[in-house]
Design a binder for this molecule. Structure first.
Ligand SMILES: *[C@@H]1O[C@H](CO)[C@@H](O)[C@H](O)[C@H]1NC(C)=O
Ligand SMILES: *[C@@H]1O[C@H](CO)[C@@H](O)[C@H](O)[C@H]1NC(C)=O
Ligand SMILES: *[C@@H]1O[C@H](CO)[C@@H](O)[C@H](O)[C@H]1NC(C)=O
Length: 363
Protein backbone atom coordinates (compact mmCIF):
# COMPACT_ATOMS: atom_id res chain seq x y z
CA UNK A 1 0.00 0.00 0.00
CA UNK A 2 1.34 3.36 -0.95
CA UNK A 3 1.62 5.52 2.08
CA UNK A 4 -0.56 8.53 2.49
CA UNK A 5 2.53 10.64 3.12
CA UNK A 6 4.00 9.89 -0.30
CA UNK A 7 0.71 10.75 -1.99
CA UNK A 8 0.67 13.99 -0.10
CA UNK A 9 4.26 14.86 -1.02
CA UNK A 10 3.64 14.03 -4.67
CA UNK A 11 0.44 16.08 -4.68
CA UNK A 12 2.28 19.05 -3.23
CA UNK A 13 5.00 18.51 -5.84
CA UNK A 14 2.36 18.53 -8.56
CA UNK A 15 0.93 21.79 -7.33
CA UNK A 16 4.34 23.35 -6.93
CA UNK A 17 5.55 22.25 -10.34
CA UNK A 18 6.35 24.76 -13.02
CA UNK A 19 6.42 24.28 -16.74
CA UNK A 20 3.94 21.41 -16.63
CA UNK A 21 1.01 21.34 -19.01
CA UNK A 22 -1.65 22.07 -16.41
CA UNK A 23 -1.81 24.39 -13.44
CA UNK A 24 -4.45 22.34 -11.73
CA UNK A 25 -3.06 19.68 -9.38
CA UNK A 26 -6.10 17.46 -9.91
CA UNK A 27 -4.95 16.84 -13.49
CA UNK A 28 -1.92 14.98 -12.17
CA UNK A 29 -3.47 12.54 -9.74
CA UNK A 30 -3.14 9.72 -12.28
CA UNK A 31 0.65 10.06 -12.01
CA UNK A 32 0.83 9.18 -8.33
CA UNK A 33 -2.39 7.47 -7.27
CA UNK A 34 -2.83 3.70 -7.43
CA UNK A 35 -4.59 2.32 -10.45
CA UNK A 36 -7.59 0.08 -9.71
CA UNK A 37 -6.69 -3.61 -9.84
CA UNK A 38 -8.33 -6.36 -11.88
CA UNK A 39 -10.03 -7.49 -8.64
CA UNK A 40 -11.58 -4.05 -8.22
CA UNK A 41 -13.07 -4.12 -11.71
CA UNK A 42 -14.40 -7.63 -11.17
CA UNK A 43 -15.97 -6.71 -7.84
CA UNK A 44 -17.72 -3.74 -9.40
CA UNK A 45 -18.76 -5.71 -12.45
CA UNK A 46 -16.82 -3.46 -14.80
CA UNK A 47 -14.67 -4.27 -17.77
CA UNK A 48 -10.94 -3.75 -16.99
CA UNK A 49 -9.43 -1.00 -19.14
CA UNK A 50 -7.57 -1.73 -22.31
CA UNK A 51 -3.83 -2.25 -21.88
CA UNK A 52 -1.58 0.27 -23.68
CA UNK A 53 -0.09 -0.96 -26.96
CA UNK A 54 3.67 -1.60 -27.17
CA UNK A 55 4.00 1.35 -29.56
CA UNK A 56 1.91 4.53 -29.22
CA UNK A 57 2.06 6.98 -32.10
CA UNK A 58 2.32 10.56 -30.89
CA UNK A 59 3.06 12.09 -34.29
CA UNK A 60 3.39 10.01 -37.44
CA UNK A 61 7.00 9.60 -38.58
CA UNK A 62 8.15 11.98 -35.83
CA UNK A 63 7.34 10.77 -32.35
CA UNK A 64 6.52 7.41 -30.76
CA UNK A 65 6.33 6.12 -27.21
CA UNK A 66 7.41 2.50 -26.77
CA UNK A 67 6.35 0.39 -23.83
CA UNK A 68 9.03 -2.26 -23.77
CA UNK A 69 8.44 -5.25 -21.53
CA UNK A 70 11.37 -5.75 -19.20
CA UNK A 71 11.38 -9.49 -18.63
CA UNK A 72 12.29 -10.58 -15.11
CA UNK A 73 13.09 -7.03 -14.02
CA UNK A 74 12.78 -5.97 -10.38
CA UNK A 75 9.96 -3.53 -9.67
CA UNK A 76 10.53 -0.33 -7.74
CA UNK A 77 7.75 0.65 -5.38
CA UNK A 78 8.05 4.29 -4.59
CA UNK A 79 6.71 4.29 -1.07
CA UNK A 80 8.59 6.08 1.67
CA UNK A 81 10.90 4.32 2.28
CA UNK A 82 11.18 2.83 -1.18
CA UNK A 83 11.04 -0.96 -1.61
CA UNK A 84 11.53 -3.64 -4.22
CA UNK A 85 8.38 -5.59 -4.88
CA UNK A 86 8.57 -9.32 -4.03
CA UNK A 87 7.89 -11.05 -6.36
CA UNK A 88 8.09 -8.24 -8.90
CA UNK A 89 5.03 -7.74 -11.09
CA UNK A 90 5.46 -7.82 -14.85
CA UNK A 91 6.78 -4.42 -15.84
CA UNK A 92 7.80 -2.26 -18.79
CA UNK A 93 10.13 0.60 -19.64
CA UNK A 94 8.91 3.72 -21.42
CA UNK A 95 10.98 5.04 -24.31
CA UNK A 96 10.14 8.24 -26.15
CA UNK A 97 11.61 8.14 -29.66
CA UNK A 98 11.25 11.61 -31.16
CA UNK A 99 12.84 13.47 -34.06
CA UNK A 100 14.24 16.69 -32.64
CA UNK A 101 13.03 20.10 -33.81
CA UNK A 102 16.09 20.48 -36.04
CA UNK A 103 14.71 17.50 -38.06
CA UNK A 104 18.20 16.01 -38.16
CA UNK A 105 18.55 14.12 -34.91
CA UNK A 106 16.69 11.34 -33.19
CA UNK A 107 16.23 11.51 -29.44
CA UNK A 108 15.30 8.80 -26.98
CA UNK A 109 14.00 10.18 -23.69
CA UNK A 110 15.58 13.50 -24.61
CA UNK A 111 19.05 12.11 -25.45
CA UNK A 112 20.50 12.05 -28.96
CA UNK A 113 20.94 8.55 -30.35
CA UNK A 114 21.12 9.27 -34.10
CA UNK A 115 23.65 10.52 -34.79
CA UNK A 116 24.82 9.04 -31.50
CA UNK A 117 26.03 11.66 -29.01
CA UNK A 118 29.45 11.01 -27.47
CA UNK A 119 29.55 8.91 -24.28
CA UNK A 120 28.62 9.10 -21.51
CA UNK A 121 25.10 9.08 -22.85
CA UNK A 122 23.10 8.43 -19.70
CA UNK A 123 19.55 7.62 -20.66
CA UNK A 124 16.88 7.15 -18.02
CA UNK A 125 13.56 5.39 -18.47
CA UNK A 126 10.41 5.19 -16.39
CA UNK A 127 9.22 1.81 -15.25
CA UNK A 128 5.50 1.05 -15.30
CA UNK A 129 3.41 -2.05 -14.70
CA UNK A 130 3.27 -4.11 -17.91
CA UNK A 131 -0.53 -3.77 -17.87
CA UNK A 132 -0.43 0.04 -17.88
CA UNK A 133 -3.77 1.11 -19.30
CA UNK A 134 -4.16 2.86 -22.63
CA UNK A 135 -5.93 5.71 -20.83
CA UNK A 136 -2.99 6.42 -18.57
CA UNK A 137 -0.61 6.11 -21.52
CA UNK A 138 -2.66 8.75 -23.32
CA UNK A 139 -2.41 11.03 -20.29
CA UNK A 140 1.37 10.53 -20.23
CA UNK A 141 1.50 11.50 -23.89
CA UNK A 142 -0.86 14.47 -23.59
CA UNK A 143 0.87 15.87 -20.54
CA UNK A 144 4.35 15.01 -21.87
CA UNK A 145 5.56 12.94 -18.96
CA UNK A 146 8.53 11.77 -21.06
CA UNK A 147 9.74 15.28 -21.71
CA UNK A 148 12.75 16.59 -19.82
CA UNK A 149 10.65 19.49 -18.54
CA UNK A 150 8.37 17.12 -16.60
CA UNK A 151 9.07 17.72 -12.94
CA UNK A 152 6.12 16.25 -11.11
CA UNK A 153 7.03 13.36 -8.81
CA UNK A 154 5.29 10.18 -9.93
CA UNK A 155 4.77 6.69 -8.61
CA UNK A 156 6.89 5.46 -11.51
CA UNK A 157 10.54 4.82 -10.69
CA UNK A 158 13.32 5.41 -13.21
CA UNK A 159 16.34 3.34 -14.15
CA UNK A 160 19.59 4.21 -15.90
CA UNK A 161 19.92 2.20 -19.10
CA UNK A 162 22.85 0.21 -20.42
CA UNK A 163 22.49 -0.54 -24.09
CA UNK A 164 23.90 -1.78 -27.33
CA UNK A 165 23.41 0.72 -30.10
CA UNK A 166 23.76 -0.44 -33.70
CA UNK A 167 23.26 1.59 -36.82
CA UNK A 168 23.85 0.56 -40.41
CA UNK A 169 22.88 1.71 -43.88
CA UNK A 170 20.45 -0.48 -45.79
CA UNK A 171 20.40 -1.40 -49.48
CA UNK A 172 17.88 1.39 -49.96
CA UNK A 173 19.37 4.86 -50.44
CA UNK A 174 19.12 7.29 -47.49
CA UNK A 175 17.59 4.61 -45.31
CA UNK A 176 19.29 3.17 -42.27
CA UNK A 177 18.43 0.71 -39.56
CA UNK A 178 18.93 1.48 -35.89
CA UNK A 179 18.74 -1.07 -33.09
CA UNK A 180 18.42 0.05 -29.50
CA UNK A 181 19.06 -3.01 -27.39
CA UNK A 182 18.78 -2.47 -23.63
CA UNK A 183 21.15 -4.83 -21.86
CA UNK A 184 20.81 -3.71 -18.23
CA UNK A 185 18.78 -1.42 -16.04
CA UNK A 186 20.43 0.18 -13.00
CA UNK A 187 19.99 2.46 -10.07
CA UNK A 188 23.54 3.55 -9.46
CA UNK A 189 23.26 5.88 -6.50
CA UNK A 190 21.13 6.57 -3.51
CA UNK A 191 19.73 4.42 -0.77
CA UNK A 192 18.36 1.67 -2.99
CA UNK A 193 20.89 0.79 -5.65
CA UNK A 194 20.11 -2.22 -7.75
CA UNK A 195 19.13 -3.36 -11.17
CA UNK A 196 19.13 -6.30 -13.51
CA UNK A 197 20.52 -7.67 -16.73
CA UNK A 198 17.92 -8.20 -19.43
CA UNK A 199 18.99 -11.73 -20.21
CA UNK A 200 15.85 -13.65 -21.00
CA UNK A 201 15.77 -15.14 -24.49
CA UNK A 202 12.32 -13.66 -25.21
CA UNK A 203 13.46 -10.16 -24.31
CA UNK A 204 12.83 -7.76 -27.17
CA UNK A 205 14.49 -4.55 -28.23
CA UNK A 206 13.53 -1.59 -30.41
CA UNK A 207 14.39 -1.37 -34.09
CA UNK A 208 13.83 1.77 -36.13
CA UNK A 209 13.98 2.33 -39.85
CA UNK A 210 15.14 5.90 -40.41
CA UNK A 211 15.11 7.80 -43.67
CA UNK A 212 16.45 11.13 -44.71
CA UNK A 213 15.72 11.62 -48.38
CA UNK A 214 16.50 15.33 -48.35
CA UNK A 215 17.20 18.16 -45.97
CA UNK A 216 13.79 19.70 -46.51
CA UNK A 217 11.87 16.67 -45.30
CA UNK A 218 14.43 15.96 -42.64
CA UNK A 219 14.85 12.76 -40.69
CA UNK A 220 11.83 10.47 -40.47
CA UNK A 221 10.95 7.36 -38.54
CA UNK A 222 9.65 5.10 -41.32
CA UNK A 223 9.10 2.17 -39.02
CA UNK A 224 9.43 1.36 -35.35
CA UNK A 225 9.02 -2.17 -34.02
CA UNK A 226 9.96 -4.53 -31.24
CA UNK A 227 12.14 -7.36 -32.45
CA UNK A 228 13.68 -10.50 -30.96
CA UNK A 229 17.09 -10.65 -29.38
CA UNK A 230 18.87 -12.41 -32.22
CA UNK A 231 17.71 -10.27 -35.13
CA UNK A 232 21.13 -8.85 -35.77
CA UNK A 233 21.54 -6.36 -38.58
CA UNK A 234 22.97 -7.95 -41.69
CA UNK A 235 25.36 -5.66 -43.49
CA UNK A 236 23.97 -4.37 -46.76
CA UNK A 237 25.92 -4.90 -49.98
CA UNK A 238 27.54 -1.81 -51.42
CA UNK A 239 27.37 -1.31 -55.22
CA UNK A 240 31.01 -2.42 -55.41
CA UNK A 241 30.03 -5.74 -53.82
CA UNK A 242 31.60 -5.08 -50.44
CA UNK A 243 29.69 -5.10 -47.13
CA UNK A 244 28.41 -1.74 -45.89
CA UNK A 245 29.72 -0.83 -42.43
CA UNK A 246 27.73 -1.65 -39.28
CA UNK A 247 28.45 0.67 -36.37
CA UNK A 248 27.98 -0.82 -32.94
CA UNK A 249 28.60 0.90 -29.62
CA UNK A 250 28.05 -0.46 -26.15
CA UNK A 251 27.28 1.71 -23.16
CA UNK A 252 27.38 0.27 -19.66
CA UNK A 253 25.88 2.84 -17.32
CA UNK A 254 27.61 1.52 -14.19
CA UNK A 255 31.04 1.94 -15.78
CA UNK A 256 30.48 5.63 -16.05
CA UNK A 257 29.94 8.11 -13.34
CA UNK A 258 30.01 11.86 -13.18
CA UNK A 259 33.76 11.88 -13.80
CA UNK A 260 34.02 9.49 -16.75
CA UNK A 261 34.54 5.81 -17.45
CA UNK A 262 35.84 3.63 -14.60
CA UNK A 263 39.42 2.52 -14.94
CA UNK A 264 40.46 5.17 -17.45
CA UNK A 265 43.12 7.83 -16.91
CA UNK A 266 40.73 10.49 -18.04
CA UNK A 267 38.40 9.70 -15.15
CA UNK A 268 41.25 9.68 -12.60
CA UNK A 269 42.31 13.08 -13.84
CA UNK A 270 38.79 14.46 -13.61
CA UNK A 271 38.38 13.09 -10.08
CA UNK A 272 41.67 14.71 -8.98
CA UNK A 273 40.80 17.99 -10.66
CA UNK A 274 37.33 18.11 -9.18
CA UNK A 275 38.36 17.05 -5.72
CA UNK A 276 41.10 19.68 -5.64
CA UNK A 277 38.54 22.21 -6.75
CA UNK A 278 36.11 21.07 -4.06
CA UNK A 279 38.81 21.17 -1.41
CA UNK A 280 39.77 24.70 -2.35
CA UNK A 281 36.15 25.75 -2.43
CA UNK A 282 35.55 24.34 1.05
CA UNK A 283 38.61 26.21 2.33
CA UNK A 284 37.82 29.58 0.77
CA UNK A 285 36.62 31.23 4.04
CA UNK A 286 39.80 30.05 5.79
CA UNK A 287 41.93 31.34 2.94
CA UNK A 288 40.29 34.74 3.16
CA UNK A 289 40.91 34.80 6.93
CA UNK A 290 44.56 33.86 6.45
CA UNK A 291 45.02 36.55 3.83
CA UNK A 292 43.39 39.19 6.05
CA UNK A 293 45.50 38.15 9.09
CA UNK A 294 48.69 38.08 7.08
CA UNK A 295 47.88 41.49 5.63
CA UNK A 296 47.12 42.94 9.08
CA UNK A 297 50.31 41.46 10.58
CA UNK A 298 52.35 42.89 7.74
CA UNK A 299 50.87 46.36 8.18
CA UNK A 300 51.45 46.35 11.94
CA UNK A 301 55.04 45.20 11.58
CA UNK A 302 55.74 47.61 8.74
CA UNK A 303 54.48 50.52 10.79
CA UNK A 304 56.46 49.41 13.83
CA UNK A 305 59.62 49.14 11.73
CA UNK A 306 58.98 52.59 10.32
CA UNK A 307 58.55 54.07 13.78
CA UNK A 308 61.66 52.36 15.07
CA UNK A 309 63.68 53.62 12.13
CA UNK A 310 62.47 57.12 12.81
CA UNK A 311 63.26 56.96 16.52
CA UNK A 312 66.75 55.65 15.86
CA UNK A 313 67.36 58.34 13.32
CA UNK A 314 66.20 61.07 15.65
CA UNK A 315 68.55 59.83 18.35
CA UNK A 316 71.61 59.61 16.13
CA UNK A 317 70.86 62.73 14.18
CA UNK A 318 71.43 65.04 17.12
CA UNK A 319 74.82 63.54 17.71
CA UNK A 320 75.84 63.39 14.06
CA UNK A 321 74.35 66.67 12.92
CA UNK A 322 77.47 68.61 13.55
CA UNK A 323 79.61 66.19 11.56
CA UNK A 324 77.48 65.95 8.44
CA UNK A 325 78.34 67.61 5.17
CA UNK A 326 75.71 70.05 3.75
CA UNK A 327 74.75 67.71 0.81
CA UNK A 328 74.14 64.84 3.12
CA UNK A 329 71.98 67.00 5.28
CA UNK A 330 69.80 67.84 2.30
CA UNK A 331 69.40 64.18 1.36
CA UNK A 332 68.47 63.20 4.88
CA UNK A 333 65.90 65.93 4.76
CA UNK A 334 64.24 64.43 1.68
CA UNK A 335 64.14 60.95 3.15
CA UNK A 336 62.44 62.36 6.16
CA UNK A 337 59.78 64.03 4.09
CA UNK A 338 59.06 60.76 2.29
CA UNK A 339 58.87 58.86 5.54
CA UNK A 340 56.37 61.31 6.88
CA UNK A 341 54.19 61.08 3.79
CA UNK A 342 54.24 57.30 3.97
CA UNK A 343 52.97 57.42 7.50
CA UNK A 344 49.75 58.72 6.08
CA UNK A 345 46.89 61.01 6.95
CA UNK A 346 45.89 59.33 10.18
CA UNK A 347 49.16 60.63 11.63
CA UNK A 348 48.86 63.80 13.60
CA UNK A 349 50.03 66.90 11.79
CA UNK A 350 53.65 67.92 12.34
CA UNK A 351 52.74 70.86 14.51
CA UNK A 352 50.97 68.63 16.96
CA UNK A 353 53.97 66.31 17.32
CA UNK A 354 55.76 66.47 20.64
CA UNK A 355 58.82 68.66 20.51
CA UNK A 356 61.26 65.76 20.82
CA UNK A 357 60.07 63.95 17.68
CA UNK A 358 60.32 67.01 15.44
CA UNK A 359 63.19 66.84 13.01
CA UNK A 360 65.92 68.49 14.94
CA UNK A 361 67.82 69.49 11.81
CA UNK A 362 65.16 71.99 10.87
CA UNK A 363 65.57 73.86 14.12
C1 LIG B 1 -2.18 -5.25 -13.48
O1 LIG B 1 -1.18 -6.11 -12.98
C2 LIG B 1 -1.12 -6.20 -11.56
C3 LIG B 1 0.06 -7.07 -11.21
O2 LIG B 1 0.07 -8.27 -11.88
C4 LIG B 1 -2.42 -6.73 -11.01
O3 LIG B 1 -2.39 -6.79 -9.60
C5 LIG B 1 -3.57 -5.83 -11.45
O4 LIG B 1 -4.80 -6.36 -11.04
C6 LIG B 1 -3.56 -5.66 -12.95
N1 LIG B 1 -4.54 -4.63 -13.30
C7 LIG B 1 -5.50 -4.83 -14.18
C8 LIG B 1 -6.46 -3.70 -14.38
O5 LIG B 1 -5.60 -5.86 -14.82
C1 LIG C 1 9.31 13.13 -26.17
O1 LIG C 1 10.53 13.84 -26.32
C2 LIG C 1 10.41 15.07 -27.02
C3 LIG C 1 11.80 15.63 -27.21
O2 LIG C 1 12.55 15.60 -26.05
C4 LIG C 1 9.48 15.99 -26.24
O3 LIG C 1 9.35 17.21 -26.92
C5 LIG C 1 8.13 15.32 -26.07
O4 LIG C 1 7.30 16.13 -25.28
C6 LIG C 1 8.28 13.97 -25.42
N1 LIG C 1 7.01 13.27 -25.41
C7 LIG C 1 6.37 12.95 -24.31
C8 LIG C 1 5.14 12.17 -24.47
O5 LIG C 1 6.73 13.29 -23.20
C1 LIG D 1 21.06 -7.55 -27.39
O1 LIG D 1 21.68 -7.65 -26.12
C2 LIG D 1 21.75 -8.95 -25.59
C3 LIG D 1 22.26 -8.88 -24.18
O2 LIG D 1 23.48 -8.19 -24.10
C4 LIG D 1 22.59 -9.84 -26.50
O3 LIG D 1 22.63 -11.14 -26.00
C5 LIG D 1 21.98 -9.83 -27.89
O4 LIG D 1 22.80 -10.54 -28.77
C6 LIG D 1 21.83 -8.41 -28.39
N1 LIG D 1 21.14 -8.46 -29.65
C7 LIG D 1 21.49 -7.71 -30.69
C8 LIG D 1 20.72 -7.92 -31.93
O5 LIG D 1 22.36 -6.87 -30.65
Amino acid sequence: MRSFLLTFILAVGAVASLGATSDYWGDYTWSYEDEPTAAYYEKHGKEPPQVAAPVTTVKVEKSYVVKLECLGCPFRVRTTPETWQEPPQDNSLLLNFTIDNDARTLLVNGKRIAPLAPAPLNIYAYQTPANLSADIMQKMVDMQMLDESWNVGTKYGTFALSYEHTIAPTAERFVSLLQFNITNIDIKYGQYPGGAALEQPEQKFVQLTLSRANAEEGLKIKQIELVGRDSRIKAAKLPCGRDAPVYRSIFRSTEWDYYGQQGTWMRTWHVVAWQTGDWLEAKIPIFILIVICAGACFLVRWRAALMRAKEMRDETEDAEAALLEPEEIKEKDKVEEVVEKLEGEDEEPDDALPEATKPSLLD
